[in-house]
Design a protein around this ligand. Structure first.
Ligand code: PBG
Length: 333
């Protein structure tokens, strides 16, 4: 054939392929989510094989292992005991709560590891919602924000580097920015869950924290989070959310879930100059693990390809439960 263009010329050898490679992943791109609980043992999580609820003592070893693999940030989620859960989730700003204690320990023992937090009421409220539910069954916006600000300030006080509001209340980024600044934490960053969709992919995470929306307090409780998390049908709305978060002072914008929302990552990358993070969520992790356990896919290859796809779509950072495995695979080739 008389072809002028033969794209295969640049795919012919490994060296040529490496020369024209457009994207790569490295452990410093990863943010490693970890679950903590009050117990003294490591508890496996049924729907997330390989992920665990860590005791505070054993958490340190896992964070050190991540650091040694080149991971530079962890995000912590608490499994709060039922007796501490209330209608207003006020345990979220207890200075001696599980998360503040975990952050303090971590900052003492692995001081350089950046610590990101999650700001929302769901692990602390008896109904599993991210905000306060009114007697009529409405998730209240402005009333919730004052609690979230207190939660964020406590996290900053114990040494958090990045505050991660995951609640999707309107105006929370600006309010948290102001609360942090008022308390002298102008150096603490905000990684906002900017485009967080009302997604079925969070199922295993809610099992890990026992935080799924559920009846409580004898009032009507919304069965899902669709009055505050975004409709999976919407893309333009993600741009509005990004513009608002940017105006309100977010330092990093996040898209969540990741894989089913690569188009949203791409759009935000076009729209904003801020770093973009993708959350490779629990349901995405569980699907890979389940298929790998059955021998239907090659876990290593699928994970590395998936993580690369987030970078290609425009993400700078990836929150992933695969972080340590992926870092090890990248190191060992
Ligand atoms: C809490 C929160 C959720 C996740 C992160 N923070 C669950 C939810 O909104 O119900 C999900 C993470 C995952 O599925 O991996 N607001």
């Amino acid at each position: 054939m008389d072809l002028t263009y033969r794209p295969r010329r640049l795919r012919r050898t490994t060296s040529l392929r490496e020369m024209v490679c457009e994207n790569s992943i490295s452990p410093a791109d990863f943010i490693y989510p970890l679950f903590v609980h009050e117990g003294s043992e490591v508890q496996p999580i049924g729907a997330m094989p390989g992920a665990n609820r860590w005791s505070l003592d054993l958490l340190i070893g896992e964070v050190q292992r991540a650091w040694d693999l080149g991971i530079r940030c962890v995000v912590l989620f608490p499994k709060v005991s039922d007796k501490l859960k209330t209608e207003d989730g006020s345990e979220c700003f207890n200075e001696n709560g599980l998360i503040p204690r975990a952050i303090k320990r971590l900052k003492e023992e692995v001081p350089e590891m950046a610590v990101m937090t999650d700001v929302a009421l769901d692990p602390y409220s008896c109904d599993g919602h991210d905000g306060i539910v009114s007697p009529e069954g409405v998730v209240l916006n402005d009333e919730t924000i004052s609690l979230l600000c207190r939660q964020a300030v406590v996290q900053a006080q114990v040494g958090a580097d990045l505050i991660g509001p995951s609640d999707m209340m309107d105006g929370r980024v600006g309010a948290i920015r102001e609360a942090l600044d008022d308390e002298g934490f102008e150096h603490v960053g905000i990684i906002s869950y900017t485009a967080k969709y009302s997604s079925a992919y969070y199922g295993p995470f809610r099992e890990a924290l026992d935080s799924a929306p559920r009846p409580a307090g004898g009032k009507p409780i919304p069965k899902d989070k669709s009055t505050y998390q975004m409709d999976p049908a919407n893309a333009r709305e993600a741009i509005t959310e990004a513009q608002l978060d940017e105006q309100e002072g977010a330092d990093i914008l996040m898209v969540k879930p990741g894989l089913a929302y690569l188009d949203i990552i791409y759009r935000l990358r076009e729209e904003s100059q801020l770093p973009i993070a993708a959350y490779n969520v629990s349901g995405e992790f569980a699907m890979v693990k389940a298929a790998a356990e059955k021998g239907w896919i090659n876990e290593r290859d699928v994970v590395l390809e998936t993580l690369l796809s987030f970078k290609r779509a425009g993400a700078d950072l990836i929150l992933t439960y695969h972080a340590c495995d992926a870092a090890r695979w990248l190191r060992d080739g």
